[in-house]
Design a binder for this molecule. Structure first.
Ligand SMILES: O=C(COP(=O)(O)O)NO
Length: 261
């Protein structure tokens, strides 16, 4: 990462954890030495049901994110969790929203592919969450067949455009490039592959939004990041951090946080 962009490390716990496991992970995170929050921004994203517990136990220099949100405020949307409810509960704390200390992971490929969340729907969610004062970790990334067809940048641009068409203030957005073929597979993108897409995406942002947005945007990488491969990836000029799945549930998450450059 360069240009003074603060390193950003997100831990996406996905649909994992029991109360006991969550307490243990938070205990471990609370006890370790990591660079100050001036150097690295750390966000952990537990399943909704653990948001209150994690928010109440987690060290104050780390932030908590939801893994999704609904696109309206409450109402007849069975099974959904509305932002307003989350922000009204002690979980995210309405008062802390003003400090942008809360965020949501949106557009994760598992929701795009398994739950058919369209680019437009993800764009609507990003706009809604931002309008409610949350930070957003917006996920984009191509499938293996799209990469093999040479359409990686087309796909990533299309996904990002659906967001750009709906928002004007990018201040509270972090973009996570997560190639689907690297998620949960152990097949991490090479530093060159990650750098190529991150720099192309940054150029796209410069052309479609502004140089300022492009230069200040944290573009983070996700997909089989671990304690062993994070350093080399972090050394790439346009890799500004990580969105970590599996390894965020293990002590090596600390190594990934410490890879902050
Ligand atoms: O989905 C991911 C990455 O998951 P893994 O680190 O387990 O590949 N981040 O949101």
């Amino acid at each position: 990462s360069t240009m003074g962009r603060k390193f950003f490390v997100g831990g996406n716990w996905k649909c994992n954890g029991t109360t006991e496991q969550v307490k243990k992970i938070v205990e471990t995170l609370n006890a370790v030495e990591v660079p100050s929050s001036d150097v690295v921004e750390v966000v952990v994203s537990p399943p909704y049901v653990f948001l209150p517990l994690v928010k109440s136990l987690l060290r104050p220099d780390f932030q908590v994110a939801a893994q999704n949100c609904w696109v309206k405020n409450g109402g007849a949307f069975t099974g959904e969790v509305s932002l307003a409810k989350m922000s009204n509960s002690s979980v995210l704390g309405v008062v802390t929203i003003a400090k942008m200390s809360n965020s949501s992971v949106l557009g994760h490929s598992e929701r795009r592919l398994l739950l058919n969340e369209s680019n437009e729907f993800v764009g609507d969610k990003v706009a809604y969450a931002l309008s409610k004062g949350l930070k957003v970790i917006a996920c984009v990334g191509e499938t293996l067949e799209q990469r093999e067809a040479g359409s990686t940048m087309d796909v990533v641009a299309e996904q990002t455009k659906a967001i750009a068409d709906r928002i004007s203030d990018w201040n509270n957005v972090v973009i996570a490039y997560e190639p689907v073929w690297a998620i949960g597979t152990g097949k991490v993108a090479t530093p060159a592959q990650a750098q190529e897409v991150h720099s192309e995406l940054r150029k796209w942002l410069a052309a479609k939004t502004s140089n300022e947005v492009a230069e200040t945007m944290r573009i983070i990488y996700g997909g089989s990041v671990n304690g062993a491969n994070c350093k080399e990836l972090a050394g790439q000029p346009d890799v500004d951090g990580f969105l970590v799945g599996g390894a965020s549930l293990k002590p090596e998450f600390i190594d990934i946080i410490n890879a902050a450059t």
